[in-house]
Design a protein around this ligand. Structure first.
Ligand code: HEC
Ligand code: HEC
Length: 384
């Protein structure tokens, strides 16, 4: 257990995680109403247009927002499958679509000397070092947006309605090379993902931390269990940083929590062109990025912010309710959840048999439901 290291690490990365420049996030300074140079905001607004642009898939019809819809905290609202369907009908990816909210705070993927472990990056397996690096993966993935090349994407943009805006914001020569144009597109999307639209810190729990909301008795018991008996906060930190930084509910480390395979994952039945391993496919997670056998079955700790609206859960979408997710931590080792896909690297110290009563599980779920953004809007609406 590396709890102290985990928490102090977060503080140093907060607000400096991305783009090497101003982060537009609430609570991080920069951006917002301060006047002066508008360009970062213009770039983020252009990124929003690209994020929602359904001409950027092949065939057309799919945008980033198809799988990352704002109504579901930027996860896939289509609930008929544990993983998402790509632009080509019938093609399903291997992993559940995570929320992108607060992922601007993930540090660049790196091996941390103090932790002696990998931290940060984007994706369940950290294979993209940061948000900007992440953009080309879905655009080129055959089971996602399915473009043949970066040049094809740039050609579509240069012929489309955003071409002039890209020139206006990134310079008249932005289309001189494919790499330059693609880099500008990726930069704008990453900035949008770093904006307050993704990082609003407006959950009931945020208001509670500021003394502007009161948790109910069950929510409060859930918080106490979350930090104490259930030790969820070991990996999903819930306390503010020393300078009041709001907690992110992930420490961006990697762990194998012992999940069984999900037999309903439609990727298992994809043809060899998409899934060369066929039905016996087993997702090695972080090992794919690092090449270390010890990393088999380890996946990035996701944020629990907005988790009430982001079902299904875990990298393979194998669990569909929050109650079941918490019971998995509570009773994994008592049977009933199936055999771990990678038992050799499974975490046996921090979870698996937590001795929580059913009422205590209910309390933790009640607490998790306080992490949904937009609480302020709700409170205003009820008063009106
Ligand atoms: C077909 C559905 C689909 C589309 C379209 C899609 N994504 Fe994703 N997105 C996913 C899935 C699935 C993952 C997780 C994949 C993995 O970890 O290997 C993911 C992961 C991410 C992550 C990493 C989040 C984290 O927790 O590490 C970011 C950021 C992201 N997507 C942004 C985008 C952007 C930007 C676009 C458009 C250019 C896009 N996505 C298009 C399904 C999709
Ligand atoms: C040792 C670190 C660790 C601890 C302790 C831990 N988690 Fe997690 N949590 C993870 C990792 C890693 C994942 C992703 C695992 C995967 O998908 O393979 C995860 C995923 C989740 C998810 C799914 C989120 C999503 O978007 O799919 C929920 C819900 C969750 N944890 C809740 C909890 C709760 C509640 C506790 C305490 C009972 C807890 N966690 C304790 C590491 C941890």
């Amino acid at each position: 257990m590396k709890i102290n290291g985990r928490i102090s690490m977060i503080v140093t990365v907060l607000c400096t995680a991305i783009l090497g420049s101003t982060l537009l996030v609430a609570g991080c300074g920069g951006g917002g109403g301060g006047g002066g140079d508008n360009t970062p905001a213009d770039k983020a607004m252009l990124g929003k247009a690209f994020f929602n642009d359904r001409t950027l898939s092949s065939p057309g019809g799919q945008s980033c927002a198809t799988c990352h819809g704002s109504a579901n905290a930027f996860t896939d609202g289509r609930q008929d499958s544990p993983t998402s369907e790509g632009a080509t009908a019938g093609r399903f990816g291997k992993r559940q679509t995570p929320s992108i909210r607060y992922m601007a705070f993930s540090p660049r993927f790196h091996f941390d000397a103090g932790e002696q472990d990998y931290i940060g990056g984007q994706f369940w397996d950290g294979r993209a070092v940061d948000l900007k690096d992440q953009i080309h993966f879905p655009l080129l993935n055959v089971a996602e947006m399915n473009n043949a090349s970066k040049a094809d994407i740039v050609a579509k943009v240069s012929a489309g309605p955003s071409a002039d805006r890209l020139r206006a914001v990134y310079g008249p020569d932005v289309f001189s090379t494919t790499d330059q144009a693609f880099d500008a597109i990726a930069d704008s999307i990453a900035r949008f993902e770093a904006s307050s639209e993704f990082n609003s810190f407006t959950s009931k729990y945020d208001f509670y931390l500021k003394g502007r909301a009161t948790l109910t008795a069950t929510e409060m018991r859930g918080l106490t269990l979350f930090k104490g008996k259930a030790a969820c906060a070991n990996c999903h930190p819930s306390d503010p940083g020393p300078n009041g930084e709001p907690p992110l509910f992930t420490d961006f480390t990697y762990d194998n929590i012992g999940l069984p395979r999900n037999p309903n994952n439609r990727f298992l039945n994809m043809p060899p062109s998409i899934n060369p391993d066929g039905p016996s496919f087993a997702d090695i997670g972080l090992q794919q990025t690092t090449g270390r056998v010890d990393d088999a079955g380890r996946f990035k700790v996701p944020t629990l912010r907005n988790v009430a609206v982001t079902a299904p859960y875990f990298h393979n979408g194998g669990i569909t309710t929050l109650d079941q997710a918490v019971q998995f931590y509570n009773k994994r080792d008592l049977g009933g959840f199936g055999t771990a896909e990678f038992p050799a690297t499974m975490n046996r110290e921090e979870l698996g048999n937590l001795h929580l009563t059913d009422d205590e599980v209910t309390d933790i779920v009640a607490f998790l439901k306080t992490l949904t953004d937009g609480y302020a809007a709700g409170a205003v609406a009820t008063k009106a």
